[in-house]
Design a protein around this ligand. Sequence first.
Ligand SMILES: *[C@@H]1O[C@H](CO)[C@@H](O)[C@H](O)[C@H]1NC(C)=O
Ligand SMILES: *[C@@H]1O[C@H](CO)[C@@H](O)[C@H](O)[C@H]1NC(C)=O
Ligand SMILES: *[C@@H]1O[C@H](CO)[C@@H](O)[C@H](O)[C@H]1NC(C)=O
Ligand SMILES: *[C@@H]1O[C@H](CO)[C@@H](O)[C@H](O)[C@H]1NC(C)=O
Length: 388
Amino acid sequence: MGYSLALALFLFISFTFLQEISLQYSQEAPNNTPTPSPSPSSPPVSTPMVPALFVIGDSSVDCGNNNFLGTLARADRLPYGRDFDTHQPTGRFCNGRIPVDYLALYLGLPFVPSYLGQNGSVEDMVHGVNYASAGAGIIFSSGSELGQHISITQQIQQVTDTIQQFILSMGEDAAADLISDSLFYISIGSNDYIHYYLRNVSSVQSLYLPWSFNQFLAQCMVQEIKNLYNLNVRKVVVMGLAPIGCAPYYLWQYESENGECIEMINDLILEFNFVMRYVVEELNQELHGANIIFCDALEGSMDIIQNFDRYGFNVTTDACCGLGKYNGWIMCISPSMACSNASNHIWWDQFHPTDAVNKILADNVWSSKHTEMCYPMSLKDMLAQQME
Ligand SMILES: *[C@@H]1O[C@H](CO)[C@@H](O)[C@H](O)[C@H]1NC(C)=O
Ligand SMILES: *[C@@H]1O[C@H](CO)[C@@H](O)[C@H](O)[C@H]1NC(C)=O
Ligand SMILES: *[C@@H]1O[C@H](CO)[C@@H](O)[C@H](O)[C@H]1NC(C)=O
Ligand SMILES: *[C@@H]1O[C@H](CO)[C@@H](O)[C@H](O)[C@H]1NC(C)=O
């Protein structure tokens, strides 16, 4: 009895083990089928400025991770993606590209693939991986009413797993060099307001005044950035939060009369960005060899909203896709809810800007093209300084 049980157990374990081996083997086997993930039409020509771009964040930069999760926060149907390079929905919460798509191209890299879309082949991850998950926040439970998401702490766990795979495949030193030379882009925090603070989850508004809540979030971010630093991450872009008080959803919810932004909300964001800018400055002092820039998406976006005509926009308050006043009441779920041409709109849906806005913001992060919103310098300058 005992013997046959042991035998059965042995057989079971060996079988599982063999299966795993063969799975690994097949993942490593060369395969000539075209890659399903979207790539820029022509491969990058020049030598990339960094070996890889890694992305951590929420729907502002999710490129398809949520397509693998049970959640309402998914952008896997048209009209999402209709103006993207492939004209297909990918999971990006936009009509076209998100800021990290533009930045990847400026860096000389291909579009960064989603982590959950990976099949485990290291070759497909060495130019970068995107861990961002729509609905995710800095606080673990922010956004949970939408369903599954991957919070920032879990995303950094996935970064750790990726680095483990790099170490197994290329050795410890090469993996450490790859990580320290690569760029990490972090864009998260809006959902801690949209789905947590502003909804007064767990009476948070009675427990924390805005200032203490902002301090709390910023301290969590500091800890996460330190965790990344301990994984050998050195070059980081920390994106500040966008003016969600101007988002069509809040214009609708707070019954904005003539499209005025909701100041109470923007004040929260302004304050958070202010604190983040300060703590990033401190981290640069404290963490030896770290190069972290903070880019204030509120500053960059307010410039666009105020000087809309200079940028070729003429619809500044209404989402291109949605229903209700400002198209802010019901989320964008079908092509018939969308305007015909998003290029003159600032907002694509209830919460997310259009491709046109994402390009302007990316240009600012890259080289302060339209307005200076990165501190202490733009990304291009930060990388140039590194090369000296
Ligand atoms: C994994 O996906 C890449 C394309 O993204 C492909 O080149 C590779 O062959 C795939 N490996 C397996 C085992 O499917
Ligand atoms: C937040 O919720 C708590 C408990 O439900 C309530 O006492 C408090 O008044 C709420 N705060 C605001 C600003 O609505
Ligand atoms: C914006 O401009 C386009 C042409 O560029 C025009 O068709 C459209 O009606 C304008 N929309 C508004 C709200 O002015
Ligand atoms: C949208 O409008 C812009 C400028 O008015 C134009 O350049 C572009 O081709 C239009 N896009 C589509 C898809 O019609």
